[in-house]
Design a protein around this ligand. Sequence first.
Ligand SMILES: [Zn+2]
Length: 204
Amino acid sequence: MAKKVTNHPKTSKGVVWQKLLDALYADIGNVVSNQKLIKVSGQHNYARRVRELRAEGWDIVYSASPTGYILRSTNKTAKNADVYINFKLRQKILERDQYICQLCGHRANEKYADGESVKLEVDHILPLKQGGKTVEENLWTLCTRCNAGKKSLLDYPETVKNRIISVNLPDDIRGKLSELSLKRGETINSLILDAIRRGIKKLK
Ligand SMILES: [Zn+2]
């Protein structure tokens, strides 16, 4: 017997999610055909709803033959949800970074020297594997080439690391820090650390 595996709010989307989950759960581990999913959900954009369920952390995989979807576990993982950079967040980061690759400075729709068009991606600064989170402060815009070449934060030159940290600082503080950094010949990183250390001492 199919039992409910979650309770979504009673929005129309939530109702469709629940119907799809129920149908998948009733046949857990097996392919549920597209026809059946269309029938239970009553709509043809069920594939989109399935993708949303997946983004929420449900372990649902696509099957090409026979065509349909398989629910592999009754447990929803929080992990997938954390990994997912939703459309709104993606857009916010691209706008913050002014659609410019934060490593090489190429803009969206420009061309590289060899004529290939620049494509931008939103990427985790500290990789998820190293404990990075899907939050604004840990996301930045990279072009596909820079993203492919990126290994870890530690591989970046000092100047780029400074930029990473200063990216989210208010303009006045960022300006002041670059000024000080030039004057004293210290990196922005060390200036920020000094300021934090002094701040912590005062708190005691
Ligand atoms: Zn780039």
